[in-house]
Design a protein around this ligand. Structure first.
Ligand SMILES: [Zn+2]
Length: 306
C-alpha cells in the first residue's frame, strides 16, 4: 500500500486472485459434503429434493451446490463469498508481494506524471479531504465489465471511494493511446474526485445521444485538457458508436454543432466547480471552457445556416 504524496489517495496492488476464490469455493463444497455425512436431517432433506427434481425435471439436481458456488452458502443466497466487503478489505490490506509493489509503483509513477500538469494538480488539490480514494488492482474477469477501462464507486467502507484500475500497459501500437496511459488514469481521477463529493449523481442530461452519460462528457473534457497541457494536438471524442480523435478546430466545430454537448458544456460552466476555475485559465491551447464564447458563435452560426 502506498499513499500518493499528502493526498487522501492510496494505491494497493493486493487482490483476491481467481485461484484464491476458486480454492475457497472448493473448500466450502468439501465442507458441505462432510456435513451431508454427519447431519442426517440435512441428508434427508437433500435426498427428498433430489427425488422431487428427478420426478419434475428428469434430473436429480442439488441446487445447494450451485448456491455454494454462487453465494458461498448452501442454505441462503446471502452473503455472497467473497462479499463485496470481503473483496474490498482484502484489496486494501497491505501486501508485500512483488506483484503488488509493481502495481503500486507504476500507479504512483503515473500519478506523479499527472501531478506535473496544471490540470492534474488542480484535480488532486480538489479532492474531498473527508474521503479516502483507494486505487486497487482490477484484473481477471472483472475487466471486461467496464466501459472506460476502470470502475469508480462508493466502497463498502464508510467514506471510502474505490477506483478499480488495471495494471497500466503502454500500448504504443494502438493509435488511440496518446500517452503511456496516464491520460486514462486522469480521466478516472476526474470521476473519482466527483464521487468524493457525490457530484456524479446529477440527473441532468443523464441520457445523451452522443455520450453514454453526462459524467463521461466532463471526464473526457478534462482528459482532453490534460492532453493539451502535455502538448498533444489530437483530442478524444467518445461516442456511443466509436471513438475518434479530432483536431482542436474540428472539436470546437463539433461542440458547436451538437445541441446536447453545447448545452452540457454551458451547464458545467455554470455549475461545476472545476470547470468554473479552468474557464479562467489562459492555458492550455485546447480549453473549450475558456473558449465557450467561440463555441457559442459556432453554435449560433450553425442555427442561422439551417
Ligand atoms: Zn469514464
Amino acid at each position: 500500500m502506498r499513499q500518493f504524496r499528502q493526498y487522501p489517495i492510496y494505491v494497493s496492488g493486493n487482490t483476491l486472485t481467481e485461484q484464491e476464490i476458486k480454492a475457497e469455493i472448493e473448500r466450502r463444497l468439501k465442507n458441505y459434503d462432510n456435513e451431508l455425512k454427519t447431519n442426517p436431517k440435512l441428508r434427508a432433506q437433500v435426498e427428498k429434493d433430489l427425488r422431487e427434481s428427478k420426478q419434475k425435471y428428469g434430473k436429480a439436481y442439488d441446487y445447494r451446490r450451485d448456491h455454494i458456488k454462487e453465494y458461498g452458502k448452501y442454505d441462503s443466497p446471502e452473503p455472497a463469498y467473497p462479499s463485496d466487503k470481503d473483496r474490498y478489505l482484502e484489496a486494501i490490506r497491505p501486501d508485500k508481494s512483488p506483484k503488488a509493489a509493481q502495481y503500486e509503483n507504476k500507479i504512483i509513477e503515473q500519478l506523479e506524471t499527472i501531478h506535473k500538469t496544471e490540470i492534474g494538480k488542480l484535480v488532486f488539490d480538489s479532492f474531498n479531504p473527508k474521503k479516502q480514494l483507494w486505487i486497487t488492482l482490477l484484473e481477471g474477469k472483472e475487466q471486461s465489465d467496464c466501459k472506460c477501462f476502470a470502475q469508480v464507486d462508493e466502497a463498502p467502507v464508510k467514506d471510502h471511494v474505490q477506483m478499480k484500475y488495471p495494471m497500466p500497459v503502454a500500448n504504443s501500437s494502438s493509435r488511440w493511446f496518446r500517452t503511456k496511459g496516464e491520460d486514462i488514469l486522469f480521466h478516472e481521477l476526474v470521476h473519482a474526485y466527483r464521487q468524493t463529493f457525490g457530484f456524479n449523481i446529477v440527473d441532468w442530461y443523464q441520457e445523451q445521444g452522443e455520450y453514454i452519460l453526462v459524467e463521461e462528457f466532463v471526464a473526457t473534457l478534462f482528459q482532453n485538457i490534460y492532453l493539451s497541457c502535455i502538448g498533444e494536438q489530437q483530442f478524444y471524442r467518445y461516442s456511443k458508436i466509436q471513438m475518434r480523435v479530432l483536431s482542436k478546430k474540428d472539436y470546437y466545430d463539433y461542440l458547436g454543432s451538437n445541441v446536447e454537448t453545447f448545452r452540457t458544456l454551458k451547464f458545467f460552466l455554470e455549475k461545476e466547480p472545476l470547470s468554473i476555475k479552468v474557464a479562467r485559465w489562459a492555458s492550455p491551447t485546447f480549453n473549450p471552457l475558456r473558449d465557450y464564447s467561440i463555441i457559442k458563435t459556432i453554435f449560433y452560426n450553425n442555427i442561422r445556416k439551417k
